[in-house]
Design a protein around this ligand. Sequence first.
Ligand code: ADP
Length: 471
Amino acid sequence: MSLRNRIAFYYTVTSAFLIAIVFTILYFMVQSIVYKQFDEEINSEVSEIFSDAHVTSKDFTSFSRFKNFIDDKEVNYRETKHEEKGTAKVDTEFIQLVDNNGLVINKSANLARNFLAFIPAQTKTIYINSSINNSMIRQGQLPLLNKKGIIKGYIIVAVPLKNAVIVLHDLQNVFLFSFPGITLTLFIVTRLIAGKSIAPIKKVIATAEKMTQTNLSQRIELPHHHDELYRLSATINALLDRMQDAFQREKQFTADASHELKTPLAVVKGTLEVLVRKPREKEQYEYKIQFCLLELNRMARLIDQLLMLARYESNKMNPHIEAVWLRSLLETVTVRLHPIALEKEIGFKINGIEKAAVAADPAMLEMILENILSNAIKYSPDGSAITITVEQKMRTLICSISDQGIGIPEEKLHAVFERFYRVDESRNSSTGGFGLGLSIVKRLADLQKIKVGVTSAKNQGTTFALTFPAT
Ligand code: ADP
């Protein structure tokens, strides 16, 4: 069943149920009002009989007074109404006197050969529906008590229900026949409204169907009203934005990676092709092979970095956080980088807290420090100094690495952590970087909840600050 039909169906079933309840209550209310009227009519008739017969229902002595009275009434009926022989005329009230056992003592002449129904052993007045000659009547049965409160008999008074029955019957018919009509109309109208309300969903489906991995530019038209469907459409659009962005970055990454790999490969290929064209001196062979090895090392480094990023993107990197002595880790890294620093006569200075433990993955933190420090060496002039400071601020530990290098222009600072981002090509041609180091630093730091910040002044130096989570 479609959503539209389902909404209409549930709504109609609930409404139909409520309408049925309302109709039933209405019907029974009207019925009880109608019967009450008849019961009052019966009561006043009974009181009239009692006052005419000069008795009350609680000092009943004998049937004779009633008997005579009813006989008198009979005379009255004969005189005033045209009694048909053998059949009761159902357009006036009927009276019947019965004894304790239901034996008829007397009855009004209009009953002819008929009797009013008797319900034995009733101590109170009761009102029931019954029939005479297939005509509905309402009858009241009142016990007649003597002074001691013992029931001596009953007086039964009945009035015809003819018009009331027709009214009630008509009312019932109106309810019964209008009910399916109302239900059907309700279903059709609700289905129409539901269809209109969920029309934006169809637009969402149509747009989504048109979308493919290569064509993510389509967006869902936002509905007019700011309701749940508006939010759904806006959320899907935002999701599409993110997906498109991710696909775009993925494409860009693949393009950049293959470009970076192609260049050294072409250089190596070209060098070797030239080399094999004719026999050469031993020194020349050695020189060219050294050159090729350098290029191949660069490629190997790039592939390592790419693999690292790929592992990060596929969430395969799980940091094993433990307490790491920052100072000793810094010393390990600086010792390892010492030969490269020495080439440029750059010295390391480590200041601040000596015994500082941070919560980090030791291998990942080492990689972070190595990347930042090797950059500091790469982008610093010969003979400059690199200062590392470990300090405590509030409950967090901060490790700052400052160099006196070429710096990064303010407007480019925000982009240094992006993949394949290099501040300018010229500075990299000499250093041979791919623009991946800091993006790896950022990702590894994020994994360990370490904040990385950078401040820089052109030609004065750059400071990278690692803020470790409070332990
Ligand atoms: P690369 O391998 O090219 O160095 P990185 O991701 O490590 O790539 O750095 C991105 C860019 O940020 C570099 O191209 C460089 O221009 C700039 N950069 C990084 N560290 C420093 C630094 N200490 N001083 C000046 N520039 C830096």
